[in-house]
Design a protein around this ligand. Structure first.
Ligand code: R5P
Length: 290
């Protein structure tokens, strides 16, 4: 019990100063619970509602592909420039320092490798996501893939149940089957399905007509960078995505396969948070790469 002797009389009632109700800057997230919002606010900068997520989960399906052979050497030095790290629990426990001050979007499903067909069929246990202090959980949804569509939608649905129970946001990752056409019509369907099934964030790919994808998806969208392209083109991609309504990027190869990864991630960050145009960002990249 607190000591009641010399207890200070209450007087700081702030009469006349109405309590502020602080809004929440992220699209479609205003009605979420405190823990969800707190985690989302760690991923998306509350000042601009945007995020630079650094993805390095490629090994869960591809093995030690170029740039992620040694995550301790290639990715860890970049953490200070990212708003969020997307990785698997294996890499988290084996390589990422627990002292790193970065929220983690945890790859939370698994199933197959690049040697077989797309088919994630297991999702993380709730306790495991809590144990590693996940700021978000990412699961793949394969819309349009006859073999795995139903299973992966069920994975998302189940992961959202976990997320709602423990206050952990879920990111739906739209995987595009080889037979699918990567156009705005397809991405409108895939992203909207993720949101309707409870995803709090959706990761997808940029395409012509992307503004119709972001406008018809009621939660924030981030784009994957995709395969490595010249730095100037990757910066243009990030700019266009933001300009067309994305809340950020979840970029991997175009950062860690760049000749100058630190210069690249800082330049992508400047596009996202400082509104640099592609030419300005490329100039920044060239300066930093010297
Ligand atoms: C995709 O599902 C993977 O999880 C990657 O995280 C994602 O594709 C982003 O990486 P990249 O920018 O290399 O495409």
């Amino acid at each position: 019990m607190p000591d009641m002797d010399n207890f200070k009389e209450a007087s700081a009632f702030g009469v006349g100063t109405p309590q502020k109700t602080v809004g929440f800057p992220l699209k479609g997230c205003g009605n979420l619970d405190w823990g969800m919002k707190n985690r989302l606010a760690r991923i998306f900068n509350p000042k601009d509602g945007r995020s630079l997520m650094l993805a390095c989960d490629h090994g869960f399906i591809m093995g030690p592909t170029g740039g992620v052979e040694r995550i301790d050497l290639s990715i860890v030095p970049l953490l200070k420039y990212a708003d969020c790290l997307m990785c698997t629990r294996g890499i988290l426990r084996s390589v990422i320092p627990p002292t790193a001050d970065i929220p983690v979007c945890l790859r939370s499903d698994a199933g197959t490798s690049i040697l077989t067909n797309l088919n994630d069929n297991v999702v993380i246990a709730a306790e495991e996501a809590v144990r590693v202090n996940a700021a978000a959980m990412a699961v793949m949804v394969a819309i349009g893939d006859e073999l795995t569509e139903a299973k992966t939608v069920a994975n998302l649905y189940h992961t959202v149940d976990i997320g709602q129970k423990y206050g952990i946001p879920v990111m739906g990752v739209t995987a595009v089957g080889k037979q699918m056409t990567r156009d705005a019509k397809y991405f409108r369907l895939a992203t909207r399905m993720c949101a309707e099934n409870g995803a709090n964030i959706v990761k997808t790919y940029y395409t012509e007509g992307f503004e119709t994808v972001t406008s018809s998806c009621p939660v924030p969208i981030v784009i994957a960078g995709g395969k490595k392209v010249p730095e100037r083109d990757a910066l243009e991609l990030a700019y266009r995505a933001i300009n067309d309504g994305a809340a950020g990027v979840d970029m991997g190869r175009n950062v860690f396969q760049s000749e100058h990864p630190a210069a690249m991630i800082r330049s992508v960050g400047a596009v996202i948070h400082k509104g640099l145009k592609p030419a300005e960002a490329y100039e920044m990249y060239q300066d930093l790469a010297k």
